[in-house]
Design a protein around this ligand. Structure first.
Ligand code: HEM
Length: 392
């Protein structure tokens, strides 16, 4: 239903259907800076791993985190929200986040990019106000708490706080964005109110943990760690993925990607709980990438066949080939974190890191190929029915 509506230029939020103000070609333009941020971020990742990179720019390694979190994933999140809200002004959020990423790569002073990203996060928070007016639900509150964390991260960056210190805010942003969306879908199965309340409480605890960590990394780490462990357990226990993993095709693929992601969230929680919010070394690499690659990118892979068609109005049919990059992502992350970081084996970190990059690029290739093939008449693939695919 959602995809059919999206293909007709209509997106449904809660019970309200709104007309989209920008057509697919214009919306595609917003994806360009996100793509640039991803490619530049991956290039920077090679340099951070101590390996040769195709492009060598002095500032690239220093902006890898902001490019990936706010530039790439942040722009995608804001674009998806803007499409759902449907107003022209809603596109300010993805536009500013994308422009911020481009500015970070340009010769302009870094503060220009950071201020643009701050504007983008504030606009994203404002988007949730519009969503809240239509649907005052705990799931929206959780996502808005995530956007609030994004504003916090961007504000701290503008104030010159180093990324390792503000990193928990970046983590909270994306974790709560995903958790809120999953809660929205959980409601279809009518979980006990206590689940929704606990999830909202966990969201607030994560925000508190990020704030405390600025003053006391040990205590903040403990709050963040316990919160991530609780969140992981809640999602593993109540998410619809537990049921849909027994289905087949796209639904199973999505469920596998999500359940694996929930597992990595627990790994990150365990690291923060035992080590505090580390700002360098193997623990730092492990906690960040357990969340950003194991949880977030796995979620991006899971949701791409559902969300991208709504944004670009082209079908992105599921292909069994998608398991290749997904399995590579999780296997290589295990090598990088559980062998490389845990046992201080540098080559395992490097090999795992490179395979992480191959997995991300591989999924991009499969997704683009799938879109192109699906457009070819007369055997164009029928778009999947998004919401039914996720919830049934
Ligand atoms: C695809 C493969 C990736 C590789 C190989 C990679 C590699 C790295 C490396 C080597 C570091 C430095 C870690 C340290 O200082 O100990 C790093 C930092 C970081 N990465 Fe990644 N990364 C990848 C993907 C991502 C993604 C997808 C995100 C977010 C969505 C992300 C966010 C970050 C952040 C926030 C930092 C901290 C940056 C800083 O301290 O300035 N990374 N990454």
């Amino acid at each position: 239903m959602a995809t059919r509506l999206a293909h007709a230029g209509i997106v449904k939020i809660g019970q309200v259907a709104v007309e989209n103000r920008f057509g697919a070609p214009v919306r595609l333009v917003f994806l360009i800076p996100a793509g640039v941020a991803l490619l530049a971020g991956l290039d920077a990742a090679l340099t951070l791993l101590g390996l040769p990179a195709p492009v060598r720019l002095d500032r690239l390694p220093a902006v890898h985190g902001q490019l990936m979190v706010l530039g790439f994933v942040g722009t995608l999140v804001a674009l998806e929200r803007a499409v759902a809200v449907g107003r022209r002004s809603a596109y300010l959020a993805p536009a500013l986040l994308g422009a911020g990423a481009v500015a970070l790569l340009s010769p302009a002073p870094l503060v220009v990019g950071r201020v643009l990203q701050l504007g983008g996060t504030v606009a994203l928070l404002a988007l949730y106000r519009a969503v809240w007016r239509r649907q005052a639900a705990r799931a929206v509150a959780v996502q808005a708490a995530g956007a609030f964390a994004a504003v916090g991260a961007a504000l701290l960056a503008c104030a010159g706080v180093p990324v390792p210190v503000l990193a928990p805010w970046l983590v909270v942003f994306l974790v709560l964005t995903v958790a809120g969306e999953r809660l929205e879908l959980m409601r279809v199965a009518a979980p006990p109110t206590s689940v929704e309340v606990t999830l909202l409480g966990t969201a607030l605890a994560l925000l508190a943990g990020a704030a405390i960590a600025l003053l006391s990394p040990r205590l903040g780490g403990a709050v963040l760690g316990v919160s991530l462990l609780v969140l992981s357990a809640l999602l593993l226990r109540h998410d619809v993925a537990r049921r849909t993993v027994r289905a087949d095709g796209q639904r199973r693929f999505m469920a596998v990607a999500m359940l694996a992601g929930f597992g990595w969230l627990a790994v990150a929680g365990g690291i923060w709980l035992t080590m505090g919010t580390v700002v360098a070394g193997p623990g730092y690499d492990a906690v960040l990438h357990a969340v950003f690659l194991g949880f977030v990118i796995s979620m991006v892979m899971a949701h791409a066949p559902v969300i991208l068609p709504a944004v670009i109005r082209r079908p992105l049919p599921y292909r069994p080939l998608m398991y290749g990059p997904l399995v590579l992502l999780h296997a290589s992350l295990a090598v990088r974190l559980l062998v490389g970081d845990a046992w201080a084996v540098g080559p395992a970190v490097q090999a795992g890191g490179v395979a992480n990059i191959v997995a991300v690029l591989g999924f991009l290739g499969v997704a683009v190929g799938s879109i192109v093939v699906a457009r070819r008449p007369p055997r164009a693939a029928v778009p999947h029915v998004a919401v039914a695919a996720v919830t049934s």
